[in-house]
Design a protein around this ligand. Structure first.
Ligand SMILES: [Zn+2]
Length: 182
């Protein structure tokens, strides 16, 4: 369910909640379960197929199953066989999508670790004005705002926006990698 919900544009927060696509709201009241959707606001309760059917206004659950079959490259035979070309095209898109999802997870892990780390480093403040500041403290002062900005941008961005942050994510990854190498 989370994969389908994200793919169809829902932003799931860390508590597993998202803005409900079926009623107007500003704070998330829809819970995305591993295998289902439930909105505490409007009461919509659905499995993956029901969710897809409702979201795209499809007439039958079978139409939703077909859509999921296509969008998620499942290769299930729901009405007619696919040509060899179609199947290899689907597999290519599937690999690209899986690659992106893997990268997205890693990227978020890096950005959030970077943010947490700088938050910790800000605690290593000098005890008195005469003390030489810890270089980590000095670094945190200079970069904490940037780390926060990166996290916020990443959360707010869609797939394309996140891909455009690749260079920044790599820089952060290089920085974190350099630390563990010490
Ligand atoms: Zn709702």
């Amino acid at each position: 369910m989370p994969t389908v919900a994200r793919r169809y544009g829902l932003k799931i927060n860390r508590a597993g909640m998202a803005i409900c696509p079926f009623h107007a709201e500003k704070t998330p009241s829809a819970k995305i379960y591993r295998d289902g959707f439930h909105c505490f606001g409007c009461g919509v309760h659905a499995d993956v197929i029901g969710f897809t059917q409702r979201l795209f206004g499809l007439a039958r659950p079978l139409d939703a199953a077909k859509k999921l079959n296509d969008d998620f490259f499942l290769h299930l035979d729901v009405g007619g066989h696919k040509s060899v070309n179609e199947v290899s095209e689907y597999r290519k898109r599937q690999r690209e999508w899986e690659e992106y999802e893997r990268w997205e997870n890693e990227a978020w892990l890096m950005l959030s670790s970077y943010y947490k780390l700088l938050h910790e480093w800000r605690e290593i403040a000098p005890r008195s004005p005469d003390d030489e500041p810890d270089p980590r403290f000095a670094y945190a002062l200079g970069h904490a705002g940037y780390a926060e900005y990166l996290c916020e941008e990443f959360i707010a961005a869609d797939e394309d926006g996140r891909k455009k942050m690749r260079a920044e994510v790599e820089r952060v990854g290089g920085f974190l990698g350099g630390l563990t190498g010490d």
